[in-house]
Design a protein around this ligand. Sequence first.
Ligand SMILES: Cc1cc2nc3c(=O)[nH]c(=O)nc-3n(C[C@H](O)[C@H](O)[C@H](O)COP(=O)(O)OP(=O)(O)OC[C@H]3O[C@@H](n4cnc5c(N)ncnc54)[C@H](O)[C@@H]3O)c2cc1C
Length: 433
Amino acid sequence: MAENPSVAVIGGGLAGLATALAVGSAGYPVTIYEARPFLGGRATSYAVNDLVIDNCQHILLRCCTNLQDFYKRLNVADQIHFYREFYWIEPGGRMSVMKRGLVPAPLHFTESFAKLKFLSMADKMSVATGLLAVKYEYGQRTDLEQITMADWLREKKQTPRAIERFWRQVLVSAINEELDKMAAAHGLQVLYLGFLANSTAYEMGVPRVPLGDLYSGKAWRQYKAVKFCYKCPVEKLEIVDGRVSGPMKADAYVLAVPFERVSALAPELELDLAAFTHSPITGIHLWFDRSITDLPHATLLDRTIQWMYNKKDGRHLQLVVSASRSLTEMPRADVIALALKELAEFFPNVAQAKLERAHVVKEVRATYSAVPGLEMQRPLQKTKIPNLFLAGDWTKTGWPATMEGAVRSGYLAAEAVMEGFGVRQRFLLPDVG
Ligand SMILES: Cc1cc2nc3c(=O)[nH]c(=O)nc-3n(C[C@H](O)[C@H](O)[C@H](O)COP(=O)(O)OP(=O)(O)OC[C@H]3O[C@@H](n4cnc5c(N)ncnc54)[C@H](O)[C@@H]3O)c2cc1C
């Protein structure tokens, strides 16, 4: 082993960036080989004509401890604005606000929950019983990875409106999958860590700048050991005598690419990824000639559009639909028409406003579909090839496919790389308690 061994990271998404940040901060020379001319992978921004937009609005919760650590290390944590209020709007425009009150966790939502208008008393009792069950079953019950969230909700005798307006509204966006497809384990995890673990964990972080600015060259200046090779797609790793030896020279290699790319790059790993499939997300950018709303964001009930984010002055809105299979085949003009029709049901100003511009981003391969049984198939960062490691939101991280999951995978990969160099160092931070 070289005196100061080097690392090649293939893929400049959050997983690859977190790996490089961790290994680089420990002083090891690391180069990121990224196929595209910019960083960020699925959480990125790019120019569309004269404007820079995110591929899709990305948000985090305060319970994303490793992602926040990553932002802190890059000196961009102050570019994330955390909101304490969640706005829920029904068709017709009636709004309810959920925020923490004075009662300590896990009852911190009690006051605002009591005032929610979109659930009846029976629905609220139903949700409260369900959340109590989350508190007792999360981390304890062993079959949650085998059943779907819909199975679990049926078992807990949730009312149809509680399912549709509370559980579905929260979880489909968080896990990017429908309730009858997602493993209950993920659903309970989101609710436990985000809603019950402590009173600030639910706060929603929204970047103040385009996603790409968070990982710009400036942010990396302090990490002299980290180098970047843009527009450097790696076709295949060369494996000789059971170790990776090229095409670029390094002592350790980290494959931080999406799961569908791994077999082509390293067939020798013989990973069985047949159980992995994709779930899509659609982002719709709308620019109006006037302000549509003063709200910073809102979740929209009972319609296709699930979230609205106010990007600028109420005139540029970003709408998000998770698990958006119904929109994948729909022509873009129809997606825009549907978005406008639905938006007008929540924000009356839409009827008078002129749409100046629109842009639809269909991310068909947004995340893997977190179906029951998949958890067992997620590979560890350490592989059977001693100097080859994996990172990516799809590897075993303990989290669903999210930015937090990607950063966790990067930190875990960095720990494994350094263990291979004979150094024990921890980067992964524990979940909120
Ligand atoms: C539309 C959308 C909305 C989302 N919203 C949220 C959200 O609100 N909150 C949240 O937490 N998560 C969200 N996610 C999920 C989050 O973006 C991902 O989980 C995370 O970014 C994945 O990071 P990654 O590094 O594992 O993979 P990727 O971001 O896919 O990075 C892989 C990188 O590898 C590069 N690459 C691929 N092949 C090669 C090759 N052969 N050689 C070199 N480079 C290669 C790619 O160009 C890419 O940059 C969203 C995802 C999408 C698509």
